[in-house]
Ligand binder design. Structure first.
Ligand SMILES: C[S@@+](CC[C@H](N)C(=O)[O-])C[C@H]1O[C@@H](n2cnc3c(N)ncnc32)[C@H](O)[C@@H]1O
Length: 377
């Protein structure tokens, strides 16, 4: 089966998601601004949902057309083969967004798309009343520069909802972003990995899943599991495939935080994620960290000075963190913060810095890896 799927991504993560899909042996992958598309059938769709780390959802493309007027939107939508995907009892709510398009009123676009799909299905099912009590076939549309793309959401809840984070302290990092930071750090089996500002443990947990090749969404469910056109055996086979890929790791993964309550929460979350035994948790002020290992990775999402503490306090902390980091030998560091002058406070210019969004907050991932070949003192 040759279907096209769209994976929306956080801005800046398109290349990482494309690479992840490649690792999953998924073909026809293309990256665009804010999304990645791939080709395949229901097996690839299930695999991407279960095993992808940094993508937000998996959407099945139903069709694409140009629409500058409500008439064009209605006719374009009606011409698509909705009956191939939506059964007579299925629920099909509509949601979406428009960007740089002549049609910009979301409620109007939503109701026109809904009416057009109903119009199409009326003919197939010989009825003009849809109960919508069956499986959920959430229609998602994007209207960008007058091109409408109509899709069905196979994931349901966003893929960052792994199911392991039952509890969190303030300002937790989105799991898909934490996974991307781990991937960007090029963390390798056998290396030590430290998050000294672990909060609810997201970065360390994603690192442990990554190190063991464990699929992050193996245990959760997806909307498309209830779709009658997809046999349960497809999902079972992909879950078995994901389980078969799991490998042991010799990496030491350490999560620490000054806040003991946060550390306890992180430990509970890690256990729920199935990696409790793979992470060492410590309650520790970053200032008290000593270089107990060489090489490896320090990845962190320290307080930004916006949400959690005052700017000056954050700056003093970055300076102390910089001193601690410079005592390590050959260790790479990946630090996510929204603070524009982080490098100045940290005392080192980053080798690379990448703009990323943590929710609505524009952040930078400051990357230090070149000096990892020698001492930084
Ligand atoms: C933005 S939060 C980290 C969130 C985390 N990435 C997550 O996903 O939950 C920053 C963390 O830094 C911790 N922190 C603040 N000052 C610290 C210090 N001096 N040493 C270590 N941790 C500190 C806070 O307790 C907080 O948990």
């Amino acid at each position: 089966m040759d279907l096209t799927f769209t994976v929306p991504t956080l801005f800046g993560l398109e290349g990482i998601v494309a690479r992840e899909l490649g690792f999953l042996e998924i073909d026809g992958v293309n990256a665009y601004d804010g999304k990645v598309t791939f080709k395949g059938g229901f097996s690839e769709m299930a695999r991407a949902n279960i095993a992808m780390r940094s993508g937000e959802r998996v959407l099945l493309n139903v069709g694409e057309f140009h629409a500058e007027t409500f008439d064009e939107l209605f006719e374009g939508t009606k011409s698509l083969p909705w009956e191939e995907f939506i059964g007579s009892d299925d629920a099909f709510p509509v949601t979406g967004y428009t960007l740089e398009s002549k049609l910009f009123s979301l409620p109007d676009c939503q109701s026109i798309i809904k009416k057009a799909v109903v119009e199409r299905l009326k003919k197939t099912y010989m009825t003009d009343w849809f109960k919508e009590t069956g499986a959920k076939k959430q229609i998602r549309f994007s209207l960008v520069k007058d091109t409408a793309v109509l899709m069905l959401d196979t994931s349901g809840e966003g893929l960052h909802k792994r199911g392991y984070r039952a509890v969190s302290k303030a300002a937790p990092l989105r799991e898909t972003l934490a996974a991307a930071i781990v991937s960007l750090s090029r963390f390798k089996n056998g290396e030590t990995f430290l998050d000294p500002f672990c909060g609810s443990g997201t970065i360390g947990i994603e690192a442990a899943l990554y190190a063991t090749y464990a699929a992050p969404n193996l245990k959760r469910s997806f909307d498309a599991e209830k779709w009658s056109e997809i046999p349960a055996s497809v999902w079972q086979a992909e879950r078995e495939r994901a389980i078969a890929r799991i490998k042991p790791t010799s990496s030491d993964i350490i999560c620490s935080d000054i806040d003991g309550e946060a550390v306890s929460i992180a430990a509970v979350n890690a256990k729920r994620a199935g990696v409790g035994g793979k992470i060492r948790f410590e309650t520790k002020d970053v200032r008290d960290i000593r270089p107990t290992f060489e090489g490896g990775v320090i990845a962190a999402n320290p307080p930004y000075g916006e949400r959690l503490m005052e700017q000056k306090e954050a700056e003093r902390l970055y300076a102390e963190f910089g001193k601690v980091y410079r005592r390590f030998k050959n260790t790479r560091a990946y630090i996510l913060t929204s603070h524009e002058e982080f490098e100045k406070q940290f005392g080192m210019k980053a080798d690379k810095n990448r703009k990323l969004y943590n929710g609505m907050i524009k952040c930078y991932l400051f990357q230090y890896y070149k000096n990892a070949l020698g001492s930084k003192k």
